[in-house]
Write a protein that binds this ligand. Sequence first.
Ligand code: SF4
Length: 197
Amino acid sequence: MSQEIMAQLEELEKEVLTCRRCGLRAGCQQVVFGEGRPGLFVIGEGPGADEDRLGRPFVGAAGQLLDKILAAGGFDRKTNAYIANVVKCRPPANRIPTAQECAACLPHLKAQLEILKPKIVLLLGATALHAVLQSPLGITRARGIWQEQDGIYFLPTFHPAALLRDPRRKVEVWQDIQNLVAKYREVVDPGHTSPFC
Ligand code: SF4
């Protein structure tokens, strides 16, 4: 990651850590900004209990599954994937963030996208799909179908937490990851390697 991108992310993170734009900050332990490296940009819903405790995105059971899914496609947050959520503060009892909370937090996510300038974004679950693309479709209908906006290719798929609840969905997510790798090779890095596809 270039010094310039790192500096811009650090500056933005300082600003987001002090955000009180919605009521979620009052009920969480800390703001979870996001982490990773430029390349693939991955967007989830919001921090859960483990993420809230550690201040890092996707570190609980769903996060461990996400890391395995990304690794199957040759992606890793230490080298070529950046992971963030629609809302940066944990909703009480892990409820789905409201449309108002998503709208309040969206400028932070847009600023992260603006700094990292990904060409490919993976959307995990309905909250990310609706908040980022304003799609009227449910995730079951929208998953696996590329949507292009402002030169960025977005691929919705199931959230890893949904896979933990219903492992049968792994078949569709695996199709999506193969699709993702093919597009990544096409528009980002023709030499991208992955262990399985
Ligand atoms: S969820 Fe987002 S908008 Fe709401 S307080 Fe936290 S950082 Fe600010």
